[in-house]
Write a protein that binds this ligand. Structure first.
Ligand SMILES: Nc1nc(=O)c2c([nH]1)NC[C@@H]1CN(c3ccc(C(=O)N[C@@H](CCC(=O)O)C(=O)O)cc3)C=[N+]21
Length: 284
């Protein structure tokens, strides 16, 4: 079998167009502020793509660039200012942060109502308990991709490879909320390949280039590759060996052009949701 390719770029463009239309109807520009400390290379492309997407969809978006030497207190002061600014609906502090700053302390300082990354413990807890809140962008984007691929989670065996707070855990919670039978596997799991081979939906989010081989993929499975790894050669690859996996999967996301663009579109979706909720508006 040769898998259908799930076109994340197209699904993201479609979502962004629908968000732009909702923003137009609402008649104001939702405010997004991204805070970047230092210049971690993983964040560079992301910040540029996000700024362009936000402007095009009618958002009021800006990136605050702080020096690598910024102290935790200084960053917390910036967050407090953004929390207090009525024009700001969404705040995102780029990770990773320099080592003198405790990421957990910063994430906890963001107003949960403006936490468009969905990383605040309040939003994580709301998701874990099945209550409405802001949901992390990457797993939210994966749910959109499954819908676009025609893969229904209900009753399906889903395996999530990776257990980070940013992707793995919220991904498992979303799949569970959508009635999948969810298994989370990780670096200490015995016989990873066999566990993955049981999956009808396989989400790879470990950050290890091409770790998932062809024989880890069940015939006809839907494979979602969250990894974005740059090889020493400069080539961008996912956590899945794409060519091998495509020989078994029914549908698969590419890297680039899969989950990455969805993360950005969902950041805008979250910012719009936050703007509507914070301002006490309803859409009709
Ligand atoms: N608080 C926080 N939230 C994040 O969501 C966050 C972060 N920090 N720090 C950095 C990572 C990285 N990240 C990406 C999102 C989209 C693409 C993306 O759109 N990639 C394109 C192009 C990639 C390329 O050409 O280099 C693609 O996959 O097709 C990449 C990377 C979000 N991150």
């Amino acid at each position: 079998m040769s898998a259908r390719i799930i076109d994340g770029k197209a699904v993201a463009a479609d979502l962004r167009a629908r968000l732009a239309e909702r923003v137009r109807v609402l008649g104001f520009a939702p405010g997004l502020r991204v805070v970047r400390v230092g210049d971690d290379p993983a964040s560079g492309v992301y910040v540029r793509n996000k700024d362009r997407a936000a402007q095009q969809a009618g958002f009021n978006s800006a990136t605050l660039q702080l020096p690598e030497t910024t102290s935790e207190a200084e960053l917390l002061a910036v967050v407090a200012e953004l929390n207090a600014d009525p024009e700001v609906d969404g705040i995102l502090v780029q990770l990773p942060l320099p080592q003198q700053i405790r990421a957990d302390a910063v994430l906890r300082a963001i107003d949960p109502a403006k936490d468009v990354d969905g990383f605040h413990p309040v939003n994580a807890g709301l998701l874990a308990t099945g209550q409405p809140g802001l949901v992390p962008c990457t797993p939210k984007g994966v749910m959109h991709l499954l819908r676009a691929a025609g893969t229904a989670p209900r009753g399906a065996r889903a395996v999530v490879l990776g257990r980070s707070n940013i992707v793995g855990k919220p991904m498992a919670a979303l799949l569970l909320a959508a009635d999948a039978t969810v298994t989370v596997v990780h670096s200490r799991t015995q016989n990873l390949a066999a566990e993955c081979r049981r999956a009808e939906i396989l989400v790879a989010a470990v950050g290890r280039p091409e770790m998932v081989r062809g024989d880890w993929v069940a015939e006809g499975a839907t494979v979602i590759d969250v990894g974005i790894n740059r090889l020493p050669t400069g080539k961008l690859v996912g956590d899945v060996a794409f060519a091998e996996a495509s020989a078994h999967a029914g549908a698969i996301t590419p890297v680039p052009g899969g989950v990455g663009p969805m993360t950005i579109a969902c950041l805008l979706e979250n910012t719009l949701e936050a703007a509507i909720a914070r301002r006490g508006l309803a859409e009709n």
